[in-house]
Design a protein around this ligand. Structure first.
Ligand SMILES: NC(=O)c1ccc[n+]([C@@H]2O[C@H](COP(=O)([O-])OP(=O)(O)OC[C@H]3O[C@@H](n4cnc5c(N)ncnc54)[C@H](O)[C@@H]3O)[C@@H](O)[C@H]2O)c1
Length: 459
């Protein structure tokens, strides 16, 4: 099928490339000329494991192309997937301005292009416009109206929320747990089912449902996952208050099959470009419909508090007040999670901003997110080329992202480089016992701190 992906970001680029890989003819459209130039030179503008090679292979095969030419991209497509961003606006509502701008463009292109004749063999079939962006219930109607404002020609609407995870996006799209398709007519459902059949050969389901339900599935899923994270963080905080150990509690609790062990890891709280904004969007859907989402309000609040609580631990260690002023802090991990260069809503950014406000100097290291961090933090912090390089003369290390390379670091080299052997571990990567034996002061989440005399290294 001839497909156009609108928005060549984490979702549009990955899904477009994977759809090309199953033999479709895919055009990726973006308004960002810089992104399109990079892609036309075989360079992915985002870091996603395995993506570069897949882009190059499919582009070379002539199935995948990149453009800023809206009219051409829309007119040539049988199916248009809207994959543009839906960030929070200042009130926490989903900002639909990119979705609606793309919709208006689609309407104009449809109007200027050849008309559809309704569908039989050999006839030109009406376009399907699929909203893949995460959007509040009712958005498909708004998109349809925005397109219809510019054309009276026939087109069909569908909702197809995306569930891929950054860092594992290609595998997630190629082997989805489920595909959700929202339609208001059977023919559109059948055409989209055909498109997705190659991805569910192992029997995973394709659910075809009404459009509002499909729109809601995505928010309900992300809200549930965010709730699990806030839940375990709340329990971790209780553990700290009462001298219990969240690792032991987790083990005991998660062996109950009804609970399970997925997504129940304490830490710095959720971040990234989806959970924070999607929880806020659910809360605002509740406000707008007079159906307050009280639980999700608490999920959001607990998440905010989690970062504050961790920062308070750092502050307390340095004596509060001006204690952090003039200190040098190493940070391991900037990306909001391992496997991606995405720093949107990353806890590391909040933490680093806080440290800077308190007068500390920050040296950060991330295996892939230095460039995306520079776009946000510029040169307010300095960047190290490797993990130990971020520790030269530091008064403490703060671990923000659980990249594999931080899980078994060279502790001797780390300690030798640091001025003080102090670690604040926002991901519970290390065993407190091991830290004690190695002479570190060690603070983590939901576990008893390892305190004692920090060894002054003099470095
Ligand atoms: N990132 C994820 O892990 C993920 C997972 C599932 C769903 N989603 C949802 O998918 C949507 C996209 O997320 P993302 O992370 O890929 O966003 P992104 O910010 O990485 O990419 C969006 C792209 O759209 C482009 N764009 C904006 N307006 C445009 C227009 N009118 N025409 C063409 N291109 C335009 C931007 O230049 C940008 O490149 C969001 O609604 C998000 O909630 C994201």
């Amino acid at each position: 099928m001839r497909i156009t992906m609108v928005g060549t970001g984490y979702v549009g680029l990955v899904t477009g490339t994977c759809l090309a890989n199953t033999g479709n003819d895919v055009t990726c459209l973006d308004i960002d000329q810089g992104k399109i130039d990079k892609l036309n030179n075989g360079i992915s503008p985002i870091y996603e494991p395995g993506l570069d090679e897949l882009i190059q292979r499919n582009a070379a095969a002539g199935r995948l192309s990149f453009t800023t030419d809206k009219v051409k991209a829309y007119q040539s497509a049988e199916i248009v997937f809207i994959c543009v961003g839906t960030p929070s606006d200042e009130r926490g509502h989903a900002d639909l301005r990119y979705v609606l701008a793309a919709s208006a463009d689609i309407g104009k292109a449809i109007e200027a292009g050849p008309g559809a004749t309704g569908g039989g063999d050999g006839e030109r079939r009406a376009k399907i416009v699929v909203v893949k962006s995460t959007v509040p219930v009712g958005t498909n109607q708004k998109v349809s109206a925005a397109i219809s404002a510019s054309t009276s020609k026939t087109f069909y609407m569908a909702s197809n929320p995306e569930f891929l995870k950054e860092g594992a996006a290609i595998n997630d799209f190629n082997k989805p747990d489920r595909v959700v398709i929202g339609v208001s007519d059977k023919g559109t459902g059948d055409r989209l089912r055909d498109l997705y059949e190659p991805f569910v050969r192992q029997g995973n389901p394709i659910f075809v449902m009404d459009i509002p339900s499909a729109e809601m599935v995505k928010y309900a899923s992300n809200a549930m996952l965010a709730t699990k994270i806030s839940f375990i963080n709340e329990i971790a905080n209780l553990c700290e208050s009462y001298g219990a150990d969240i690792d032991e509690v987790r083990r005991g609790m998660c062996s109950d099959k009804r609970i399970g062990n997925q997504f129940l890891y304490p830490g710095l709280g959720y971040g990234g470009s989806c959970f924070p904004k999607d929880v806020l969007a659910c809360i605002s859907m509740g406000e707008l419909s007079n159906t307050p989402a009280r639980l999700l309000e608490a999920v959001h609040e607990v998440n905010q508090r989690q970062r504050d609580a961790f920062m308070a631990k750092i502050d307390k260690h340095f004596g509060g007040g001006a204690g952090l002023s003039g200190k040098k802090i190493g940070v391991w991990g900037i990306a909001f999670k391992p496997g991606t260069d995405d720093v949107r809503e990353a806890p590391s950014i909040t933490l680093m901003e806080y440290l800077l406000e308190r007068g500390a100097a920050v040296v950060a290291y991330d295996p892939v997110a230095e460039q995306t961090c520079r776009e946000v933090m510029a040169d307010k912090i300095s960047y190290a080329k490797d993990a130990v390089g971020a520790l030269a003369g530091v008064d403490a290390l703060v671990v923000c992202t659980d990249w594999d390379e931080f899980k078994y670091p060279d502790f001797e080299a780390a300690k030798a480089a640091m001025k003080s052997a102090v670690i604040f571990d926002g991901r519970n990567l290390y065993r407190p016992e091991q830290m004690r034996e190695m002479g570190f002061i060690y603070h983590s989440v939901g576990r008893r701190p390892v305190v004692g005399e920090a060894v002054e290294q003099g470095g």
